[in-house]
Design a protein around this ligand. Sequence first.
Ligand code: ATP
Length: 306
Amino acid sequence: LMQLSVPLNFIGFVYREIRQGLADIEQMFELLDVEPEVKDAPGAKSLVVGDGSIRFDNVNFSYDPARPILKGISFEVPAGKTIAIVGPSGAGKSTISRLLYRFYDIQSGAISIDGQNVNDVTQKSLRAAIGMVPQDTVLFNDTIAYNIRYGRVGASEEEVTNAADLAQISGFIKTLPEGFNSMVGERGLKLSGGEKQRVAIARTILKAPPILILDEATSALDTATEQEIQAALDFVSKGRTTVVIAHRLSTVVSADEIIVLKDGVIAERGRHSELLEHKGLYASMWDRQREATEAEEQLKRMREAD
Ligand code: ATP
């Protein structure tokens, strides 16, 4: 019996470790796309996070050597500030967030947090310092409380409900048949994109990381949902160094710096008003977005009039 129970315990242990380790990763990245090559440097130390400033220094990166994706990218996010990354599809926006999380190693240049190169610290400590709010959160087939608590497994019931309040999701949870104990995920209640994103925000509130990466939804949300999500995001990013892959005007308007990425280089950078004055790529992107929003609103009015 001893012989059997040891391996079984071990399997249980490994399973729990894997689930735990996946919790964060699964939130943003399709696991199967991630190559396992990234390894801790021998003798890697834990990241010591001070205020959480981020620096990209002449970063060059390609998934495939024949096709450079980021070419000489440099920027800095001072502690507590927000940088918004915008740009056409395929420009390399999500790649920047993957590299900060060190899912891949760069070919040249340096990425550092509070002066420590991400290559020199343990991946575990690096990932513990960064919270991710992805566009599409993976929910576990479990209760909504369990899904929120994933941000910090030891959190009390009160902390979970507080996080849900702050993430503007408790109103929705109250409407569920079994409240916080309702099953969600593939085999439970299916949540909308906006609801899932607020679950991710609640998780991140529990995790309370010094650094935050937000990937805003591209899909149009109704005004009330958008305002709720914006309020939740404002709360979670307050006082945290934040990188937003931005699709919403409200985000870029208040960002401390906007980086316009195109074909792997920074085509324009500055604050919203400066970039509008510049009448370049950014100005034309937002003009187009405004036209699309107006068209959508007109369509809605027409439908309502029917
Ligand atoms: P979107 O706004 O459409 O999400 P993005 O600006 O975030 O786009 P990235 O996801 O960073 O773009 O991708 C940049 C480029 O890298 C794309 O051309 C994409 O095809 C390529 N790419 C992304 N992931 C991989 C991968 N795992 N392997 C190879 N190429 C990849």
